[in-house]
Design a protein around this ligand. Structure first.
Ligand code: MLT
Length: 416
């Protein structure tokens, strides 16, 4: 009899965003008269066109494929050299981070990378995740066998949860038990809050002292506007010896459908096998890519590289400014009703405290039912997310202005 990976049976519920989509579809089916009014501010899926620089590069790359002289077959598994160089220079060396071109590995996005990384990390690592957390980090570790069963009230046995709450300014304290793998995300999904230099320095020093690895998700880096906030973990001394960074073009370049991201795997990052041998993760990751992937398509890599051109830079800045302005509109509307919000300044997400007496799913239901606005209940991101909802600013301006009007159903005076 063949076997399945029984770790999947430990997963306590469906993946958060399909579950929200299911509830919204049910609501739409039961309420056809208002279904067309639904505005989606749940999953952070972009709405605005990709930058012209990327579109032009993609068109030209498709033309290349129509001619024998410029045809491209299998790409190098980790990406074309010119794309890796544009990234290493544009995102890292230009900020003083010592990252070489061949430490960049192109992929179809940071979500698949966050999952694939577990293939080169051993089973049984003790995993620390923030609470609330982007559910991919938790679920992939459950699937990989790094957790116990689901706990009553949320979460999984075996994980070290790092509460991120208003009380600690969403900057979690270091764990009090030993951990091997630490997930950090800044600007944070879902809270929208950033980790400053001092906080990241504490984490890097801790990881180096513990022999732990930090998996640093910087998918929302392009939204950082506050001066002095690190854009990469490699801005912190010693981080190349203890951290892997994930980046994505989904939000900065509108690539949620195009699909492209990358992982930074520094050559300085090493660990020791159970037999005492020193091993480079870069070598393992290179081996993994060459075996398991045929890389990212020529048109998509050309589009990604074009985001680093002067025109591409200007256009991505305008795109991220647009979504940030949306976030500010949402945040101001909530605050004017006396609802406390976080994020929005350096992030396309608004993390909002639910009105008194409402839990996350209550607020989600209320907004769907009364306002036809889809949000994400904070409880879906973990126990500490209860009492919050996340509102995504990835929408057209027209829709955000409409959302701002409809949020009035949350006002204390609104009849329910
Ligand atoms: C989110 O809404 O949290 C993200 O868009 C999900 C993702 O990037 O996979």
């Amino acid at each position: 009899m063949f076997r399945i990976n029984e770790n999947f049976l430990k997963l306590s519920a469906g993946y958060l965003f399909p579950e929200i989509a299911r509830r919204v579809a049910l609501f739409a089916a039961e309420n056809p008269a208002v279904a067309a009014r639904i505005i989606r501010c749940g999953i952070g899926d972009v709405t605005e066109p990709i930058p012209a620089a990327a579109a032009d590069a993609m068109r030209k790359a498709i033309d290349d494929l129509t001619r024998r002289e410029s045809f491209h077959g299998y790409p190098p598994p980790a990406g074309y050299d010119f794309v890796r160089a544009a990234i290493a220079q544009g995102d890292f060396r230009s900020r003083g981070c010592d990252i070489a071109d061949d430490e960049i590995f192109l992929s179809d996005g940071s979500k698949p990378d966050a999952s694939a990384i577990l293939e080169i990390l051993g089973v049984g690592n003790r995993v620390a995740i923030t609470d609330p957390v982007y559910p991919v980090y938790a679920d992939t570790n459950v699937m990989a066998g790094n957790s116990g069963g689901a706990l009553e009230g949320g979460g999984y046995a075996g994980f070290t949860y790092l509460p991120s709450t208003p009380q600690n300014d969403f900057s979690p304290a270091l764990p009090t038990t030993d951990v091997d793998v630490i997930y950090l995300c800044s600007p944070n999904n879902p809270t929208g809050v950033v980790l400053d230099h001092a906080a990241l320095t504490r984490w890097v020093q801790y990881a180096r002292a513990q022999g732990a690895v930090i998996l640093f998700d910087a998918a929302y880096e392009a939204f950082i506007r506050t001066a002095g906030i690190p854009h990469s973990i490699y801005e912190i001394d010693g981080a190349t010896e203890c951290a892997i960074e994930f980046r994505s073009f989904s939000k900065v370049g509108g690539f949620t459908g195009v699909r492209c991201g990358y992982t930074v795997m520094p050559k300085a990052l090493c660990t020791t096998t159970s037999a005492g041998k020193r091993v480079s993760l870069h070598a393992l990751w290179t081996r993994r890519w060459s075996t398991c992937s045929n890389g990212v398509s020529w048109p998509v890599q050309c589009a990604a590289a074009a985001l680093y051109s002067p025109a591409g830079r200007e256009q991505t800045r305008a795109l991220t400014d647009f979504y940030l302005a949306n976030a500010r509109l949402i945040s101001r509307a909530c605050e004017s009703m006396g609802l406390k919000t976080y994020g929005a300044t350096n992030s396309p997400y608004v993390w909002m405290t639910c009105p008194v007496g409402l839990g996350s799913w209550d607020a989600f239901d209320l907004l769907l039912r009364e306002a036809q606005v889809v949000t994400t209940p904070g409880a879906g991101f973990g126990r500490c997310g209860e009492g919050f909802i996340r509102i995504s600013a990835f929408q057209s301006r027209e829709n955000i202005e409409e959302v701002v009007r409809r949020l009035a159903v949350l006002a204390p005076s609104a009849t329910r």
